[in-house]
Design a protein around this ligand. Sequence first.
Ligand code: AMP
Length: 557
Amino acid sequence: MSKKEPMPYKALVNVYEALAATTKRLEKTRILADFFSEIDAELLPIVTILSLGKVYPVWSRQEMGVGSQLLMKAVAQAVGVTPLEVEDQIREQGDIGSAAETLFQKKSQITFFKKKLTIEMVYNNLRKLATVSGNKSQSRKINIILELLSSASPQEAKYITGTVLEELRVGVGEGIIRDSISEAFGVDKNFLDRAYMLTNDLGLVAKVAQSEGDEGLSSLTLKPGKPVKPMLAKLADSIKETVSDLGFLYCETKYDGIRVQVHRQNSEIKIFTRRLENISNAVPDVVEYINQALPQDDFIVEGELIVTKEGKPISFQYILQRVRRKYDIDKLIKEVPLSLYLFDILYFQKPLIDDPLEHRRKILENIINPVKGYVELSQQVKVTMDNVEEAEYLFEESVKLGHEGIMLKDPQAPYIPGIRGKKMLKYKSEPETLDLVVVGGTYGRGKRAHLIGSYLLALKDENGNLKTIAHVATGLDDETLIELSKRMEDLVIERKGRQIKVEAKIILEIAYSEIVKSPEYESGYSLRFPVVKRIRDDLTLEDIDTLPRVDSMFKNN
Ligand code: AMP
């Protein structure tokens, strides 16, 4: 059999255009399902991930690392205009993809394209971006993008630039991709969802659905080395009510740090954050303590990593310093010591997520050899209505020690990845905060003219669209303000006087005194006295707060 012609990128671009032309979910699903069913096994994982506007799975630490400023330069070079002209075009068109398309249309009247882009070429070049670092990395990245753009048609340029910024704007999320895979290969949606939940790899799931059907999907399971989306907690109204609802529960200290999933696969230990980023290199001390505390078998355990000084938790902000650090790690280990409190186990020699928490916790207790102050079990009491005061006591003690509150867990519950349900609840000492994404900002005046002093924040509506809700200008120390201002510079999409619009990348946790109705913001709400509590680099856009949640918080007040 002769080797098949490589598939042109144009074929995928046609699909993007068809997807963007409809808002109907069923239609989008059909368009993608028809496309997937024509793709051969080798290309299918690539096409699946590109349909989502990405080139790396969520759990990969790889990033293309190209901000809008750099991309504007690349587009400017490709069409022979200045970056300012690209910026003007973005202002007119609303996004860089459409701006690139228009600029390429003007240019295409005078040039001919050299070679035809294939899906693999685009995918491979975009992946190459993540491998570029160090000397002259910016210009090398521009060259990689230019290699594609120099052969791109206006429409192709639109989607290449959109993919680089991970802003494809075709209205397709993981849910639609999963439905499309199920439709394309006639596999059971339940098997497919479960396989995805356990592997976090849409490309793999698509490939197995195509080649092995339901049977293959149901044999996919979680594996040490590949992170799983964590099970999430809902807010409890009161301790007593929760105990009375559940009858019997585990009550644990709620530590205030970052959630980590620790995997051992053969001799290698990997530590992932809640965004499924691998931070093992930044925390070799924790890796060493885990080696002492847990056996050499394969496992996946979960816990909260916190910063302590003389055994007491200290400010959350330090932990981000630790896990983001790439140099001088040894020095920082001494200055910012970490403690890990383990509270769950998902795999030990075999998957355990379908076992009740009661059983999982017993296994964890049996295998751990705690290293005091470094790797320990979360503090826990078992509570019924007869001893509910023990839960209240643990809450008070935990808060006194500087922790956030307590967790209330159903001992009969399996581990359900990625779901915020009623099997695990949180009860905190401080009022609820909101996790919001920065979409704009305003520069200060006078001496502070180079710093962004006020940040425009947004949440997500039910369709995933960002809607503004407040400006925040207080709560950041000078050092953080400088750092945030610097990070924002590379995310600028538009400037108007002192105001800027930025790509939605930075997430802030915001405390406030009240949610009020307001026509001033797109969400219809505003926050009174908002204060930044912390930068939440451990969260992604997927995790930010939603309009339905704010609706319900407003109504319940
Ligand atoms: P929140 O981030 O406010 O939704 O609260 C849930 C988070 O609390 C989890 O994602 C963990 O990071 C954290 N946490 C702290 N201590 C515990 C514990 N003992 N059990 C479960 N989660 C905990």
